[in-house]
Design a protein around this ligand. Sequence first.
Ligand code: DSN
Length: 436
Amino acid sequence: MTNTPLKTSDPELFNILFNEIVRQETTLELIASENFVSYPVLEMAGGIMTNKYAEGYPGKRYYGGCEFVDQAENLAKDRANRLFGVEYSNVQPHSGSQANMAVLMTFVKPGDTILGLDLAHGGHLTHGSKVNFSGKLYNSIFYQVDKDTGLVNFDEVIKLAREHKPKLIICGGSAYPRFIEFQDFKQIADDVGSYLMADIAHSSGLVAAGIHPSPAPFCNVITTTTHKTLRGPRGGMIMMGKDDLNPWDIVAPKSGRVKNISELLDNAVMPGVQGGPLMHIIAAKAVAFGEALRPEFKVYAQQIIDNAKTMADEFITRGYQLVSGGTDTHVILIDLTNKDITGKVAEKSLEKAGITVNKNMIPFDEKSPFITSGIRIGTPAITTRGMQRDDMKKIVSLIDTVINNPNDDQKLFSVKTEVKELCKFFPLYPELRDQN
Ligand code: DSN
């Protein structure tokens, strides 16, 4: 990347970009919510559709000149529907949080009760956290995981659901290492007459590959991000397995000519929550969904899980405590309380050694979210780079060295050197290098 137009016009930003490329290439990316998009996705996300305003939906825009962005958005929706086996999708949400906001705006009114997984037990801010719109606008209550098993405590979910009769139950989260039991949630939602939303932001790539159970037959509405295991551009999406709910159960009759919930959801996204859609990102979602429809994606998704299981076993062998005792997915949540180190210190020391993770609350954590007793690790990004079983064992041994020597700069430096050596075998974006 020696002679790009950016380098000439804005060397300061070029330098920042260059340094970030080097950082991504020479370090181990273990943040469970991150991934590396393919070069075609990158090309579309960085492409000229960023120039286009297209408020509205394909065929019903508020601006002219939308012929080709309409085609891109329709393709994204068709591919999403095929990928997840759903009847409806909205690919416009800029993020998972905005997808969740649109769903909440559709299914619940301010003051209504929602029931979601406690953030400190693996949930998400938008599932009712008091510091988020979802906890400020709605009466949010939370279920937790069982202290012994680390799994969702369904006895508590039933008890809370019967007691509070939530309008909406939310399943899924951001730091839950096990499969989400959609069917069990569905039984409870039916029992108390609640709507059921699945947030599969983390597991959507595994769902698309058919490796994680699908929420489509059980949940009224599904949200996801597109950039985690799904390996698309940064963004969000809403889906419904079937668009067969009666909208009049949700909105007052004076709301006009609404025929189905999908119309309410579309309206909630735009104009309810967002204005102009990011057409370059929507087109890049279409590219990523096309990739995920190919048979290779199943192999990739299975490798993500195999890698996570290998790491989990290796951590256990080395005396680490994993929340829920292991993983079914791409997520490993390590409880560091027996290692005499906080999540905050572990994250910092690992970063110094070229390994990127995030500190994370563990269930029943006694430390604050800024300190934490745990770290979360994920395998999507390193799997994208092509790393496999032996690499996982090596990475766990490097992490172990750091955790046991968090303040030994010499050891951290030697791990960093080993990380760089390992990364050299798995180059990122050779296409960028070819532009030199
Ligand atoms: N920030 C995402 C994650 O790391 O899981 C959730 O929003």
